[in-house]
Design a protein around this ligand. Sequence first.
Ligand code: ADP
Length: 533
Amino acid sequence: MSEKARILVVDDDEGLRKSLGLIIKRKSYRVETAATGQEALEKALGKEINLALVDLKLPDMEGVNLIPTLKEMHPELAVIVITGCASIETAIQALNKGASAYITKPLNMDELCAKVEEALERQRLLAENKRLDLELKKELEERKRAEKALVESEEHYSALVENLTDAVFLFKGGVITWCNDRVEKIYGYPKNELLGKQAAFFYPKDVRPYEFTRILSSALKERGLFNGTNKFQRKDGSVVDIEYTLSQIHGKVPIEIMAAARDVTERKRVESERERLLNALDEKTKELEQIVNVTSHDLRSPLVNIQGFTRELDTSFRQVYEIFDSKAVPSAVKKKLAPLLDEDIPHALQYILASSSKMNSLLSGLLRLSRLGRAAPNIKKLDMNKLMAEVVASLEFQIKESDATVEVEELPPCYGDGTQINQVFSNLLDNALKYLDPNRPRIIRISGKAGEGRVTYCVEDNGIGIADKDRERIFEIFCRLDPDVGIGEGLGLTIVRKILDRHGGKVWVESEPGKGSRFFVSLPTKEGINDKK
Ligand code: ADP
């Protein structure tokens, strides 16, 4: 027992208590003494006591009865009883109550010291035994828990692996040692035909084996991982597109590689179909743009002829009219020709001139539109306050004419082609001025706010507004909701949308008929806009 063991001496014989105390102290133990059972209990309370030397004859109680109470307070306590009249019965009684030894008076100090040491050693061994027992129990429980967790985790793991939509393989030293059921579905080979096969059996069909091995080993060496999508042949000869990941399991010799593979044949088919359609669409758009470009260009020369010859006809007609108006022409002829020369011919000439000029502006619009499709936008950071001031200045005349107020708020910058974005806002502001309601003060507001990598501008008017059913239609080519309101070809908004498409931007409208419209333009705030052509 440790030198610091605490010993409680309980004896009513003061002389004995003192001498016992001295001897025990000399042996480096700590000593507490008590003359009665009650005192002993008080001293034992709240203190660590390792051994009690208890006289069986105490003034207030039998020493034998003190033992269980002390043991209750200190379950590890060793007890040696001291008795003056040793008899077998008292010794047995004391031992039954928990004493580990007894010693008779008169005391032989050497015997006493030997018994104390023996009792303390026994107590230490018992405590150690108990501790080991507890530790063993704990360890056993821990092991049981770990085993249970292992079984559960294995169950989860195998359920997970078997229910995966991926085929999973394990290659050890280049040989398939394990795979899940999904393998059969994807590759068409039953599991048992695959186990034990060389990895080369699984090499993609669309690569050279040597090249594949080289790329694979360098990827595994560098990153421990290899991703790929290749064509593989199924057992029935059909070919599937497989997307797979090979990962090396760390620290295994021979090398262990885990493979997870999924069938992406359908996805690949859809992707290539999408690509084919996009290419076809691109081709068609180019073709269409070319047709529009060529026809609008080619149609302009005959149109110029029509306009030129009509003007010549007009001049000739005026000369004919002067002659016709002279006195030289007989009044009967005048009467006959009057309806033709006064009305029909000038009307027809006016009509031809107006129509050809309309056709001219339509063709110019078409040409502008087709050119937009060809010129790549020159993207720069745009000072929108400056740009909008230019737009407003260029429409100064129309603003004055329509007696409108144009309010421009502080605008955040954006990224775009200066000329094209100027065109966007010119068209929107021009429309806002054209479609104002003459019956109320005309106010147009231009604002903008930035957020989440985009900036959104708004051109708001309090004009005639647009019905819900027309909100999308107005962006279609040549769409004019009311040909009698404002002058135009129905191309302005088509051009706006096309420019924004090519900037990765958007345009949309919110409107209420009779109240006004708000045209929104959203553009990226950062450089690097995709040319969506
Ligand atoms: P255009 O103005 O030359 O007719 P647009 O393509 O610019 O062609 O506009 C198409 C049609 O959309 C217009 O004819 C008009 O009916 C309607 N529209 C455009 N802007 C407005 C607006 N601010 N308020 C009411 N209607 C509008």
